[in-house]
Design a protein. Structure first.
Length: 257
């Protein structure tokens, strides 16, 4: 499991894929609202010796709390109260934790059962990126979808350029087995940031520029540097940042690289 895109980049730098391997991305359909309560209880029982190191709550009480989390989710629609029957509630603080527990167990179980190496597999909540043999894609998808009937995956393949997006990175597989990475934004991105003339402290605006700068430096292979500096300048100009500020930060990017 990864918490930040930067962790994935560190792995990609050292990765060498066999010639018959491709990249795919798997996404769970509505994970939080499809987390099976009994599966969670079974996993808590299975791993209680590890869990109890982080809490002084007795196991029986802990499971009772889990039952409350699952059985007392309500919402209002058009003035009518409804009870959520399946999964955990969106916005419930425990939902991401329980989702991670299920996903880590699912991935561990499936990877252990495969008869080929998986040199890359990274999980972020309900999204998984992995490298597998091209002729094993359907087999892998079926294995993931057979883990539990409530947890179903959709798949995204590489495009014609052997590229695939994951989080805010675009991964590109080369003929030599390397994986290049580039700062990625979804096509629906508006490009809007905090406008330079908005009534906010300058420190916040400078922080935005630094955040973009760090993405370009840390989430991009050297091949994409000039392209991303141009994207960086265009994005800032769209939000009325002075050109001299754009050039100043662009120079910092070049020095860092």
């Amino acid at each position: 499991m990864i918490n930040l895109s930067y962790e994935l980049v560190d792995t990609l730098k050292e990765l060498n894929l066999p010639s018959n391997y491709i990249l795919i991305s798997l996404d769970v359909t509505s994970l939080f609202t499809n987390i099976p309560k009994q599966l969670i209880i079974n996993l808590i029982t299975k791993y209680w010796k590890k869990i109890c190191e982080f809490t002084n709550i007795p196991q029986t009480t802990f499971i009772e709390i889990i039952n409350v989390c699952f059985d007392t989710s309500y919402f209002v629609f058009h003035g009518i109260f409804y009870q959520q029957l399946d999964g955990t509630a969106m916005g419930n603080p425990c939902s991401p934790v329980l989702a991670n527990l299920v996903m880590e167990e699912l991935i561990h179980t499936i990877i252990q059962s495969l008869d080929f190496e998986v040199p890359l597999i990274k999980l972020y909540v309900d999204d998984t990126i992995l490298a597998i043999p091209a002729d094993k894609v359907e087999h892998v998808l079926n294995r993931f979808n057979s883990y539990h009937q409530k947890i179903q995956f959709t798949i995204e393949y590489e495009n014609s350029s052997s590229s695939i997006p994951f989080l805010d990175i675009c991964l590109t597989r080369t003929n030599e087995g390397k994986v290049l990475f580039n700062w990625y934004e979804k096509p629906i991105s508006s490009g809007r940031l905090l406008n330079f003339y908005s009534y906010h402290p300058f420190s916040q605006k400078y922080s935005i520029m630094c955040s973009l700068k760090n993405k370009i430096i840390r989430l991009s292979s050297p091949q994409f540097l000039q392209e991303n500096i141009s994207r960086f300048k265009e994005k800032l100009k769209l939000n009325d940042y002075p050109e001299y500020f754009c050039n100043l930060v662009a120079a910092e990017i070049l020095r860092a690289k």
